[in-house]
Design a protein around this ligand. Structure first.
Ligand code: C2E
Ligand code: CA
Ligand code: CA
Length: 857
């Protein structure tokens, strides 16, 4: 090359040629900023050809200001863009300024720079601690989170060995060694390890480590990502463990044990223990797997107090108590020996409180050094007292439920469920000996409840239970089944002894109980079944004893009866029939039939008695003598009675509407119907609803209604009488009603029991009773009705006695309403015919008495 002798123009040409070759883009502009040179590299950068550019303003290249150094973004015509570093040199040639602009593509560089800035930002913003060390684990970089987690500033840790800095006395050396291996194997697996912050407080970290190597494969840097998992994992896993144990309904001691073990795993320098504090303030160790067993056992039953160790004091004051040195702490003197022996020197206990604030337990940390709890210990305890409270409260609630579930709240006796369980146990223990089960039912308990009130009823049951308990052995079982039903189970007992026990109970009940300063007479009916003679399972024995108890009731109460096979059959039958009856009532399948009652004087209709009938599709016709007593036993009679009243009234109204003259309908009611205080109101409403006068209805009651002096039934009877509805005393002569009492009852009619009719013609005493009954009725101004009259002879006798009304097969059986209508029409016609005949007869041969009768009827 000819460098030395080249002329100026040549040299500028040379320069330009060199520029043309330069790898860097060069743009030369004159003082007016017009582009004078645009080299090949510049063409490449802008993607423009120089012929389109030369002479134009620099603005078209995006070069607006010509500072010595700047960076611009170049947008090419093809849409791509790049980042360019601009450096501008001013050149003076011939008194004229021109500018030489060097343009360098720095896109990649900028991107790298941005990425690094971003990474820095990320490293500082992340909550995970980032540490970069050299090959020898000396720290070269830490991010902001590292300082946040461990409390060391970046400057303080620069150059320090990372494992010396973060590991501490309880850091697991094996995990540390494993982490070291992870650096090299490059698998980036996480390890959880206990680290320590600048105060020496424990932090559980999850660590990921990774090595960065140089070109030759030697480790240059070690990168570690550390996250604080104390809360998120350790405490939560503790929580999950306990919640899981609670959900699995594990026993409390097991839950406490698991809790302690887990705590000791995440806080390796503590020995944990959980105590339960009961409502009496006594402690019961629940868990302390690392404490000496004899020490835990010795704590059982210790009373909490102001200076009782750490736990007893913490429970007493309801605040955490720290004993940093058991050896010298005055509260620990009586208890310190054993813990000191096993190297436990300090104890920090926190009360566990129920939702209502009661202290229900304590949670204690024992330490092997004289020390106070760390922040981490405090965090664990915060989480654990809550879990402990949950577990203990659950157990308390369950115990409460068990008490409720197994004990009768009123008497404190085992309830049905518990009784059955205990009885089953007794049966199992019986082997081949006998066992007796006594089913007791208080007589007339309902009356006590009704007349003296429920609290008196409750008091009576409590007293009754006490008397029973006093009459049996401690080994005998006594429980309350329900209401006024009790059961006694006598293990190892034959029928003779069972009978004796029952008699003793009956006897013990003969002296009345004192309730609210009032003497209340009581008695019980008892049924007895014997294992294994009657049955081998508790349900059957119970059912049999129940059936036998009914027999005792039927036998006049205040006594006992043994179960027999007959009763079993009856009991079963009763079950079947009562179910069918219940259905029949629900489906309105009962009917009423009507039996006429006629006056003896003239044979005219006095009224009808409505009698219930039940035809069951499977059982066939079930007689009322069977289903009525059953309905009384199983609680269906109330409904039947009310239904009879409604149905009879409906029928009466229908007859009246049809022009049939039926003066009165008599409806049979059970004594139980009169226990219903609303009976009178229902009756009033029913007759009103059917537009019937009150004397169109008669209610038949039996002497059972009067059995009880205090009975609310008398009240009801008076109310009914006030309505103008009649009351008739049915089956009179069979009971024990005293005449003086009868006189004071609001009764309008007596019905002589049909048992007297049978023999009235032959048997002088039957006639005497019938005569007496008629006289009683007459003297009390009551109508007297004889039922079961089958023969003309009976009718004549009764007429002669002055009995007003007769009812019986002689006239008609009970009939369906339609049959009765036909009978009535027929009867009226016959009456008329007879009347005419007698009038005719009287005309031909006058008889004064008959004349009076026909005109008076
Ligand atoms: P009860 O109230 O003494 O009814 C009279 C019973 O004697 C009826 O029996 C009737 O059919 C029957 N009888 C009537 N005349 C004669 C006769 O000349 N000879 C004979 N041998 N018997 C006669 P029934 O209908 O079988 O009723 C039996 C018992 O059932 C009734 O005795 C009554 O205590 C009860 N009962 C019937 N229906 C009802 C009802 O709707 N409610 C209630 N609580 N008890 C009812
Ligand atoms: Ca009757
Ligand atoms: Ca009767």
């Amino acid at each position: 090359m000819r460098t030395s002798d080249c002329p100026t123009t040549d040299s500028s040409e040379f320069l330009l040629a060199a520029l043309e070759q330069a790898s860097e883009a060069v743009v030369i502009v004159n003082a007016e900023r017009q582009i004078s040179h645009f080299n090949a590299a510049a063409e490449a950068i802008w993607g423009l050809s120089r012929k389109d550019i030369l002479g134009l303003d620099t603005g078209c290249l995006g070069l607006t200001d010509l500072r010595p150094h700047s960076e611009i973004t170049i947008r090419r015509t093809d849409g791509s863009q790049l980042r360019a570093a601009i450096s501008v040199s001013r050149i003076e040639t011939g008194g004229r300024d021109s500018y030489m602009i060097f343009v360098r593509d720095v896109t990649a560089e900028v991107e790298r720079r941005e990425r690094i800035a971003l990474l820095n930002l990320v490293a500082d913003k992340t909550t995970r601690a980032v540490v970069v060390t050299d090959r020898k684990l000396r720290i070269v970089y830490t991010n902001a989170a590292f300082s946040g987690v461990f409390g060391h500033s970046a400057e303080q840790v620069q150059g320090r060995q990372v494992n010396q800095l973060l590991a501490g006395p309880m850091t697991d050396r094996k995990t540390l060694a494993r982490l070291h291996r992870r650096i090299c194997d490059g698998r980036g697996q996480e390890e959880e390890i206990l680290a320590y912050d600048h105060n020496g407080d424990e932090i559980w970290v999850s660590a990921i480590v990774k090595a960065f190597r140089n070109d030759r494969g030697r480790i240059k840097y070690v990168f570690a990502l550390l996250s604080d998992v104390s809360e998120s994992k350790q405490l939560r896993s503790l929580q999950q463990l306990i919640m899981g144990a609670l959900a699995d309904e594990l026993p409390l001691v097991e839950i406490a044990d698991q809790l302690c073990r887990r705590v000791e795993a995440i806080a390796p320098d503590v020995v944990a223990s959980v105590l339960h504090v009961d409502s009496e303030g006594l402690v019961h160790p629940l868990g302390g797997p690392s404490l000496p067993e004899d020490y835990s056992r010795a704590l059982e039953g210790i009373s909490i107090g102001p200076d009782v160790g750490s736990c007893g004091s913490a429970a007493y004051h309801g605040k955490p108590v720290l004993a940093e040195n058991l050896d010298t702490d005055p509260r620990w003197q009586p208890y310190k020996t054993r813990p000191l022996e096993v190297g436990l020197k300090a104890c920090w206990s926190t009360p566990i409180k129920a939702k209502d604030g009661r202290v229900i337990g304590t949670f204690a940390f024992y330490f092997r050094e004289c020390r106070a709890p760390s922040r981490w210990h405090q965090r664990i305890v915060e989480a654990c007292v809550h879990l402990g409270a949950l577990a203990i409260e659950r157990k308390e609630a369950r115990a409460q439920i068990a008490r409720l579930a197994y004990h009768d709240m009123l008497t404190g006796l085992p309830n049905r469920a518990q009784l059955l369980e205990l009885a089953n146990q007794a049966i199992a223990d019986c082997k081949d000996r006998q066992l007796a089960l006594i089913f007791l039912d208080l007589d007339h308990f309902k009356d006590v409840n009704d007349t003296l009130g429920h609290s008196a009823g409750d008091a009576l049951l409590i007293e009754f239970a006490k008397r029973l308990r006093a009459r049996i052995q401690p080994s005998d079982l006594l429980g309350r089944l329900s209401g006024d039903e009790f059961v006694i189970v006598l293990p190892n007992c034959d029928p003779a002894r069972a009978s004796l026990v029952a008699s003793h109970i009956t006897e013990a009940l003969t002296s009345p109980l004192w309730i609210d300063n009032r003497q209340v007479p009581i008695s019980a009916s008892m049924g007895i079944s014997i294992y294994p003679d009657n049955a081998t399972d508790i349900d059957a024995l119970l059912q049999q004893a129940d059936a036998a108890m009914y027999k005792a009731k039927q036998a006049g109460r205040s006594t006992h009866r043994f179960f027999s096979a007959d009763m079993n059959r009856l009991a079963e039958q009763r079950l079947v029939i009562s179910a069918a009856l219940r259905r029949a009532i629900a489906n309105d399948l009962l009917r009423l039939v009507y039996q006429p009652q006629t006056r003896t004087v003239d044979g005219t209709l006095y009224g009808v008695e409505a009698l219930a009938r039940w035809h069951d599709p499977e059982l066939g016709e079930v007689p009322p003598a069977k289903f009525i007593p059953l309905a009384e036993e199983v609680g269906l009679i109330e409904q039947i009675g009310l239904w009879s009243i409604r149905e009879a009234c409906r029928q009466m109204a229908a007859w009246r509407c049809a022009g049939l003259d039926v003066p009165c309908v008599a409806v049979n009611l059970s004594p139980l119907n009169f226990q219903n205080a609303k009976l009178a109101a229902v009756v009033a409403e029913t007759i009103k609803a059917h537009g019937l006068p009150p004397d169109a209805l008669m209610l038949e009651i039996t002497e059972g209604v009067l059995a009880n002096e205090r009975s609310a039934a008398i009240e009801t009877m008076n109310e009914i009488r006030e309505l103008g509805v009649g009351l008739s005393l049915d089956d009179f002569g069979t009971g024990y009603s005293s005449l003086s009492r009868l006189a004071h009852l609001p009764i309008r009619e007596l019905k002589i029991d049909r048992s007297f009719m049978r023999d009235i013609e032959r048997d002088a005493s039957a006639l005497a009773i019938a005569t007496a009954v008629v006289r009683v009725g007459q003297s009390l101004n009551m109508a007297v009705v004889a039922e079961g009259v089958e023969t003309e002879g009976q009718r004549k006798l009764l007429a002669a006695l002055g009995c007003d009304v007769v009812q019986g097969h002689l006239y008609a059986r009970a009939m369906s309403p339609e049959a009765f209508e036909r009978w009535l029409i027929d009867h009226v016609a016959t009456q008329a015919r007879m009347m005419r005949a007698s009038i005719d007869e009287a005309r031909s041969q006058p008889t004064p008495s008959l004349l009076i009768a026909s005109t008076g009827g």
